[in-house]
Design a protein around this ligand. Structure first.
Ligand SMILES: O=c1ccn([C@@H]2O[C@H](COP(=O)(O)OP(=O)(O)O[C@H]3O[C@H](CO)[C@@H](O)[C@H](O)[C@H]3O)[C@@H](O)[C@H]2O)c(=O)[nH]1
Ligand SMILES: [Mn+2]
Length: 776
């Protein structure tokens, strides 16, 4: 009996003490978690912009005005005058143009609904997270053509990432070379050697700009203060010379290679073409073995050129990024990924820590698909003549997006948790990995194992690998559109993922812009084709997006997906009122008519809001002016050509691709760019409509003005049309200069000018034939 009591007491004792310990453990655990959460809370903040109420009020007023405008147009259409076929035709065209304006205005409002501003404190991260707790980071750098993207720049971008202030053993940089060029490979072998000096140099001197090209080209560095820096400069110049001399030769000559092993490697390249070649994977630096000159560990550096075959579509950059995802998954499998374009180097070595302020916050990680930094540029001229900053896309709208679901992905300067490419949001609450592999090159010493990993990596980079899989559709970066960045971000948001816009004061990444008009307009054309591919897919943002993300998010994405549609109102307004003016047909209310004020309000309010947003965003009047000019120029070039190209492509008549933007420019050209002169120079078909619009507006303004003086038409009645011609003329000034005044190499080619004049004559005669003599 006694013993049963004893057992009972003992059991009871054990139970209570265990329970007690368990409870206190739970309480402690909870406290610990809360403490962690509290600390994390101090890592970033979010503040809605103060002008939100103003935006909403303005939206209300403006929408009433738009309704009034549509009413006015419809009633003029119904009006007695419409018995005249010509006026009916013109009014319907204008109505269509205005409806498109209205559509884009509505979609654009979504960005103005709740713009926010974030701040983060990477300094505090070190207090919360120990260095050994930091996640591994895989950086992807993409390049595609050694002649358009000079290897020295590409390797400098890669070096700027290798020199991140991040534990080297956790950092890996993968370079994807879609050009499969031995020149790029050679450049990276040189870069691996130079990194041994460059990385400790940056760390010892606390340098911020860690792209050697940018550092040695820039004027604001103080490398002279350090005794070792002349050496490092010489080393850089030697490397650059070796790379550039092989570029000139077009191949890597034997005498450039120091070891038998290297020579063996380049033997492979014989018989390669960029369209048809096996995959090449080369580990150039291995963190577990390689040391820099100060004896510290180096990050991994891997060169990858995925297999290509002319019979298999390679899906351009998205295909390259997916190959990188798989290969890096086998080799290092870091839970965090950074994508970079070769033309955008890191301008701040602490950027990963900044991104981790969000990526490590347990409150937001379950849904967080990426942290996007804006694309910022260097070398833009004073007034930014080509509106290369693309301020609206990269900053103003990104802030607007951030208040809803987070910004769209812009292809570079973006940190992802690897798992977002494979799963739905909401799964693990930390950065744990869901990718399959666990054995990676870090942590294995056996060369046998490395070779088996390499073999698997080659398979993963082969072009057959994706056959019959979901890669590019529900896994990885998205295909189906040449704007893979837009499409990937969009599809992540539709799945319920969110993103964060991180816009620190010091630009995190800096890149080059296209610095001649033809490149800028061609780039716009490519974007248009890509956006059209999304707009006309099953996933059109207006339907699929509004349903799967949210109404406002769907509208934001629709604003971009319908970017090309601007060509309808822009082209209409660039030609129709002017041709009507020549033919004495008034299309707008007289100044004395109260409806005139509606038009005036719609124009002035839209322009004033646009300008205000630019100024608040830290821009200048002239940059804004050039932005609105480029919008018009794109409207009659990129948007039209993009739409035509997309139509031909859908009909199976042509195939389009990813035309890589040229990143090199002649000295003369860059001189002119610095002076703020427009660069025409080449006989590009894109310039023809620009010429036509410029000449039509000039002639209609001159004719209209003369007729007002001769009292053939009334000023009161024709004011709006005269104003539009005058406004377009002011905007077209650089085109007149290029056609008639300039003598330098950047002027408009004679052929284009003649073609534009002929087509204008044709257009005006046609309008005289059709509308001539018809008085409304
Ligand atoms: O088949 C290809 C084509 C391009 N690229 C790379 O893609 C990047 C972007 O190409 P670029 O010619 O510089 O195009 P941009 O128009 O300047 O790029 C913008 O638009 C692209 C989508 O059209 C996005 O991918 C970019 O991130 C975005 O900066 C470059 O690093 C290229 O090397 C490839 O890797 N493979
Ligand atoms: Mn680019």
């Amino acid at each position: 009996m006694g013993s049963t009591i004893e057992v009972w007491v003992l059991r009871r004792y054990i139970k209570t003490t265990c329970l007690h310990y368990f409870r206190s453990y739970l309480v402690k655990e909870k406290k610990e978690k809360e403490k962690q959460k509290k600390k994390m809370k101090g890592l970033h903040t979010l503040k809605p912009e103060p002008f939100i109420p103003f935006n909403r009020f303005h939206a209300l007023l403006y929408s009433i005005a738009i309704l009034a405008l549509v009413f006015n147009r419809c009633s003029s259409l119904m009006n007695n005058n419409t018995s005249n076929g010509v006026a009916f035709f013109m009014f319907s065209f204008l109505l269509l143009a205005e409806l498109v304006f209205a559509l884009q205005w509505v979609t654009g409002q979504a960005f103005k609904w709740r713009p926010v501003r974030r701040r983060e404190w990477p300094e505090r991260l070190c207090e919360v997270v120990e260095e050994k707790q930091l996640p591994k980071l895989d950086v992807f750098v993409c390049t595609a053509d050694p002649y358009k993207e000079p290897p020295v720049r590409v390797l400098s971008t890669a070096l700027s990432a290798m020199a991140f202030e991040y534990p080297a053993e956790k950092l890996s940089v993968y370079v994807s070379d879609d050009g499969c060029s031995e020149l790029t490979m050679f450049a990276f072998m040189e870069a691996a050697r130079f990194a041994r000096h460059w990385l400790p140099f940056c760390k010892d001197n606390n340098i911020l700009v860690r792209s050697p090209e940018a550092y040695f080209n820039g004027s604001n560095h103080s490398y002279c203060s350090d005794a070792s820096s002349p050496n490092i400069k010489i080393m850089y110049q030697n490397m650059k010379e070796r790379v550039e001399s092989s570029m000139e030769r077009g191949f890597v000559s034997e005498d450039m290679l120091t070891s038998e092993e290297d020579s063996q490697l380049f033997m492979k390249w014989k018989g390669f073409t960029r369209r048809d070649h096996p995959s090449v994977i080369q580990i150039l630096l291995e963190s577990s073995k390689d040391r820099d000159v100060s004896g510290a560990q180096l990050p991994n550096l891997v060169y990858l050129s995925r297999e290509k075959s002319s019979t298999t579509p390679h899906n351009f950059k998205a295909g390259a990024l997916n190959a990188l995802l798989r290969v890096s998954g086998l080799m290092t499998n870091a839970p965090v990924i950074l994508t970079m374009d070769c033309d955008m180097y890191s301008n701040d070595p602490r950027t990963p820590l900044r991104a981790l302020c969000y990526l490590l916050d347990p409150k937001i990680t379950p849904e967080l698909a990426y942290v996007q930094f804006p694309q910022c540029f260097q070398g833009i001229n004073h007034k930014d003549i080509y509106a290369s900053e693309i301020k609206r896309l990269f900053q103003i709208n990104a802030q607007g997006f951030d208040g809803l679901c987070g910004p769209n992905y812009v292809g570079t300067g973006c940190f992802f948790p690897r798992r977002c490419f494979f799963s739905l949001p909401g799964s693990p609450s930390s950065l744990e990995d869901v990718a399959t592999s666990t054995t990676t090159i870090t942590g294995v010493d056996e060369s046998e194992e490395i070779s088996s990993i390499l073999q698997k990596a080659h398979e993963a980079a082969s072009c057959r690998y994706e056959h019959g899989t979901k890669w590019g559709f529900s896994i990885g970066f998205r295909y189906e559109s040449v704007v893979e960045d837009f499409n990937t971000g969009y599809s992540l948001h539709c799945k319920g993922w969110r993103s964060v816009f991180c816009n620190p004061e010091r630009s995190a990444f800096l890149g080059d812009v296209a610095m001649n008009l033809n490149d800028v307009l061609s780039q716009g054309k490519r974007w248009c084709v890509g956006l059209l591919e999304v707009a006309f897919s099953r996933h059109c943002p207006l339907t699929f997006g509004t349903k799967n993300a949210s109404l406002l998010v769907g509208l934001c994405y629709a604003y971009y997906a319908l970017w090309w549609i601007w060509f309808i109102p822009i082209t209409t307004y660039a030609l129709l009122p002017q041709l009507a003016l020549i033919n004495h047909i008034p299309l707008f209310p007289k100044i004395s008519d109260p409806w005139f004020y509606l038009y005036a309000y719609l124009f002035i309010a839209a322009y004033a809001q646009d300008l205000t947003e630019f100024i608040i965003g830290g821009s200048t009047f002239w940059k804004w002016w050039n932005d609105q000019r480029m919008w018009m120029m794109r409207g009659v070039t990129s948007f039209i050509f993009g739409s035509i190209e997309f139509t031909l492509q859908s009909l199976g008549i042509s195939t389009s691709g990813f035309l890589v933007t040229n990143k090199v420019m002649g000295d003369e050209q860059s001189e002119r760019y610095k002076k703020g002169m427009f660069e025409f120079g080449v006989a590009s078909p894109l310039f023809v409509p620009l010429g036509i619009v410029a000449i039509v507006n000039l002639s209609s303004f001159v004719v209209g003005f003369a007729e007002v003086l001769r009292k053939e038409v009334s000023f009161d009645e024709m004011f709006v049309q005269l104003f539009i011609s005058g406004f377009v003329m002011v905007n077209s000034w650089p085109i007149y200069e290029a056609m008639f005044l300039r003598k330098d190499g950047g002027r408009m080619p004679k052929m284009i000018t003649i073609l534009a004049i002929c087509m204008t004559l044709l257009l005006v005669s046609l309008s005289l034939f059709l509308f001539g003599g018809s008085v409304v």
